[in-house]
Write a protein that binds this ligand. Sequence first.
Ligand code: 7PJ
Length: 280
Amino acid sequence: MILQLPNRTLDLGEPLVMGVLNVTPDSFSDGGRYAGVEAAFGRARAMLAEGAVIIDVGGESTRPGAAPVSEQEELERVAPVIERIRRELDCVVSVDTMKPAVMDAACAAGAELINDVYALRAPGAIEVASRHRAAVCLMHMLGQPRDMQQDPQYRDVVGEVSDFLAQRARACEAGGIAPDSILLDPGIGFGKTDAHNLRLIARLDAFAALGKPLLIGVSRKSMFGRLLGLPVDARLHPALATAAVAVWQGARIVRAHDVAATAEAVKMTNKILMARAEQD
Ligand code: 7PJ
C-alpha cells in the first residue's frame, strides 16, 4: 500500500507514526512569532528522531469548547513552521485544518497532506487539495467541534461512519483528488460516546472494505480519562494498547503526541502481524 503525494509516494508497507505538532500560542511559552517557529521546529526534529515519518502541523484546537481562530491567524501560525520543517528536515508534513485558505497557504509552504477533521466539506476545500495534488485524510465527525459531544447517536456506528467516509472519498475523487491520495479516519472522540469509540476500535477491520489506508488518532484522548480515570498526562499506556489493536486490525498510520513509545508499539505489533502472515 502507498499514499500518493504531489511529487512522490509514501510507502505504507509498514505502519507509520504521525507526530502531532500544535502551533498554538498556548502550546509553547510565548516569546513572539519567531520563538514560536523555533520551538515548533525543535519539537518536529525531536519527533522525527523518535521515529515519526509525518509531522501534523495544526494551528487551531479542535477540542470541544476551544476558542475559534481566524483564518489569517491560523495560516500565519502554520505556514512559517511548515516552510522551515520542509527546508531543513526529511519528512512529510501534513496540515491539520478545516479551512481552505489555510490548506492553500500550507500546501504552498510545502505541506503534502491535508488532514481535515471536517473531511473537506468546507466549500472550496476539495478544489484546493486537487489543485495542489495533495494527499488528504478524511475524518468522520458527527456535528461540529463545539457541539459534537452533546448526546451523539447512531443506529449502527460502524456502518454509518463507514458510509460517510465512502461518500466523502467519492466526492473527493469526483473533484479530481487521486484515489490513492486518500486516507480515511473514523475520528475517535469526534461526536462519539465511549461505547461508540470502543465499537469503532473493535471493528476497525470493517473499514478495510473501503479500500483506502486507515489513520487513527487516540493519543491522550478523553475516553481514557472517563474509562480508566486517568488525567491527560497519564494516558500513554492505554493509548499504546489501543494503537496496537488498531494496527493489528489494519491501521497504517497512528497519530500521536508520544512518538517514541508509539513507534515502538506500532513496530512490535507489525512484527507479530508479519509473523501471522508467514507460512508454517
Ligand atoms: C485527530 C485529528 C484524529 C485526525 C485531532 C486530539 C484532537 N486528526 N486531529 N484524527 N484528532 N486525522 O488530538 O485529541 O483523531 S485533534
